[in-house]
Design a protein around this ligand. Sequence first.
Ligand code: ATP
Length: 283
Amino acid sequence: MLVTEKAPAKLNLSLDTPMRYFDGSPRWDMVMTSADLADYVTVETHSRPATIKVYTDSGFLPNDQRNLAYQAAHILRSRFHCREGVTIRIKKNIPVAAGLGGGSSDAAAVLRALNRIWRLGLSQQELAKVALTIDSDVPYCVYSRLAHVTGHGEQIELLPDTPHYWVVIAKQQTSVSTPQILRQINYEKLEHLNNRKLLACLKAQDWQNAVKYMGNVLEPVTMQSHPEIRRLKDKMASLGADVAQMSGTGPTVFAICHTESRARRIQNSIRGFCRDVHVVTLL
Ligand code: ATP
C-alpha cells in the first residue's frame, strides 16, 4: 500500500524558555503554527526486503538512520512488531536546517502514513507520544496546526484555527547550529514574553492584538553572531509586516501579513539579498 502525506513547515509565533531541566535541555513555552510550504512524503510498505529505505530529492540529506523520517519508521515498526519493509520518498520544499522543522514534519508524516497503512488505530495523542522519542518538534508536527506547546514539546494544547493570513518565509544562506545556540542561552539575560496574553488573544481569535505579543527570546542569541538576520527582520518590519520574527533558532525570518499584496511587496523588496523566499498562507 502506498500513502502520500503533506508535511508542512512549522513557525514559532512565540518561542520562550523559562528554565533549563536538570539535564541541561530547555523547558519550552511556545505557540506554534504551520504554513502551506510543505514537503511531500510518500510511504510504501512491502513484505520483502524487510529494510527501511529513504530517498530524497535533496543532495544534502542523509538517507540512513540519521534521517528523522527513517527513525519514525524504525520506531513505529519495532514498537508494534511490524515486519514489513518500508520505502520512504521525500520531495523537499522546506529549506533544510532553517528553523522550520522540516525533518520533524517529515518524521510526523511517516508516523501518520504508517498508522494508516498498518491500521494501527493510534489517536493523534498516541502518535505524538511516539513522536517525542524522535525529536522535540515531532509531537507538534503530528497535528501541524495552531497550538501551545510546552515542556520538552510533549504538552500540546490545540488552539482555534488561524485566520487566512499570508506569510513571507525567507531563509538567508547563513547556517545556524541549533545545539550551539541552545548552549549559548544565558537564562538570566532572557527577556521573557507574555505568552499568557498571547494565548488569551488567540483563544478570543483576536489576531490584531495577538501580533503584539508574538516574539522569539532566542533572536538576540542567534543574531549576536548573525547580524544579517536582524537586518532582514528589520527590513520586513519596515515594509509593513504585521509581525516579522525569526523561527526556531533561525536563520529563517518570517513576516505575517493580512493581505497578499503586502506579502508580495515584501517578497519583491527582499529578493535582492535573499534568494530563498516563499509567499504562502498560514494553515
Ligand atoms: P532543528 O531546529 O531541530 O535543528 P530545523 O527546523 O532547523 O531543525 P531541519 O530541516 O529539520 O531543520 O534539519 C535539521 C537537521 O536534521 C539537519 O542537520 C538535517 O541533516 C537533519 N535531518 C534529518 N532528517 C531530515 C529530513 N527528513 N529533512 C530535513 N532535515 C533532516
